[in-house]
Write a protein that binds this ligand. Structure first.
Ligand code: ADP
Ligand code: MG
Length: 388
């Protein structure tokens, strides 16, 4: 089963290396339906795979060398066609910088896990925006991880491969992310979301087929990218740890219920903990509704999630609040900010003809003199696989 994107990646490979790839692999980006800032509190998240992602065209290399090229890196003028050559035997955290650290980190993490992948040539192409909160980094890691293990004839279970790709990002690239992005890229099924228990690592597919209910999921890029994202994210992480400590539990997942929060004297910590506890409940309630096929019932939970992130967790941003209000005012069943906060995207559940919602959000932005928001349809799609 090939695709225009796979064919294009194969052509990009051939143009770079003057030979044909042995295969083309693909890993999707993801959206998170609900469950924000719950992962590092040992809680629940509910991501699903997008119909966009990253292609890795690959072939074995006769030497112990990883040769890399990315059409997107080339487009940014990162040297000759974004080309990088890395000797495998000197791979160590810190030895590779820039975009190449993601695929190089995958090779390093595979070898650390006892999978001695040999040299390879890889050409990367993608139709996923980078840094937009749709997890282009995990798509890159997982496409490369699947390509290299299958090229080498290694059979690595998907859950283990997700852990290896996460390790590449955490320990080689140096970004302290949870397991959600890599799990979504490797474990999601078309027409389903993935209920992930971040404490046990358990992953369950939950039906998510909005089209069957005459609905559609849309991602609204608010175009706001705030420098606060990283520091704000870290601050909330620390507050959650403080709240857990004050309540005498290891993580906020262990808190019995909202009643227990009365023991928190600091009102800020109480609000932070309340978000995490109610958000976990909302994720489970969303999954339960989806299992009954009631996609239209989850709109209310998306709205409540946004209110909680805005008022209790205080990580929303003006463009997100305006997009959510305008969307819901014009007929969206529900909408909420997505991601770490302070910038990025909103996810909204709309009637299939969402033109009125698009127009309302655009008009609200125009009225404030903000740049036009972007709209991306987000049908729940399948996880990483070989395409040709
Ligand atoms: P997100 O995962 O939300 O898109 P990240 O900051 O985690 O944002 O990852 C983006 C980074 O991943 C980019 O800056 C780049 O280094 C790398 N990356 C992702 N996709 C590609 C690609 N197609 N080609 C080269 N680098 C990529
Ligand atoms: Mg990322």
């Amino acid at each position: 089963m090939s695709s225009p994107g796979a064919d294009q990646a194969a052509q990009w490979f051939a143009a770079q290396y003057a030979s044909a790839p042995e295969g083309v692999w693909h890993a999707p980006g993801r959206a998170n339906l609900i469950g924000e800032h719950t992962d590092y509190n040992d809680g629940f998240v509910l991501p699903f795979a997008l119909d966009r992602g990253t292609f890795a065209a690959a072939a074995p290399h006769q030497d112990a060398v990883l040769e890399l090229t990315s059409r997107q890196a080339a487009g940014r003028g990162a040297g000759a066609a974004g080309r990088v050559e890395i000797p495998l035997d000197s791979l160590a955290p810190g030895s590779v910088t820039g975009w190449a650290a993601y695929p190089a980190g995958v090779v390093w993490a595979l070898r650390e896990a006892g999978y001695p992948v040999p040299g390879a040539r890889v050409a990367v192409d993608s139709d996923l925006p980078q840094g937009a909160g749709l997890s282009s980094s995990a798509a890159l890691e997982c496409a490369v991880a699947l390509a290299l293990t299958e090229l080498a004839g290694l059979d690595v279970a998907r859950q283990e491969l997700a852990a290896i790709a996460r390790r590449a990002e955490n320990d080689f690239v140096g970004v302290p992310t949870g397991i959600m992005d890599q799990s979504a890229a490797l474990l999601c099924q078309a027409g389903h979301a993935l209920l992930l228990d971040c404490r046990s690592g358990e992953a369950d597919s939950v039906p998510l087929n909005p089209a069957r209910s005459g609905l559609t999921l849309v991602i609204i890029d608010t175009r706001a990218r705030h420098a606060l994202t990283e520091s704000g994210y870290g601050a909330r992480h620390i507050e959650c740890e403080e709240a857990a400590r004050a309540l005498g539990v290891r993580t906020l997942r262990e808190v019995a219920g909202l009643e227990s929060l009365a023991a928190l004297t600091d009102p800020v910590l109480r609000r932070r903990a309340r978000h995490v506890i109610t958000e976990n409940q909302r994720v489970l309630e969303t999954a339960a509704l989806l299992r009954q096929g009631q996609v239209d019932g989850i709109g209310r939970l998306l709205n409540e999630s946004h209110a909680s992130l805005r008022d209790d967790f205080e990580i929303s941003w003006p463009e997100a609040d305006v997009a959510v209000d305008a969307a819901v005012g014009a007929g969206a069943l529900g909408a909420r900010m997505m991601g770490g906060g302070f910038g990025g995207s909103v996810i909204a559940l709309l009637p299939q003809d969402g033109a009125a919602v698009h127009e309302a959000v655009r008009a609200a932005f125009r009225g404030r003199g903000w740049p036009d928001p972007g709209f991306l349809n987000a049908p729940p799609s399948s996880s990483a696989r070989r395409l040709r």
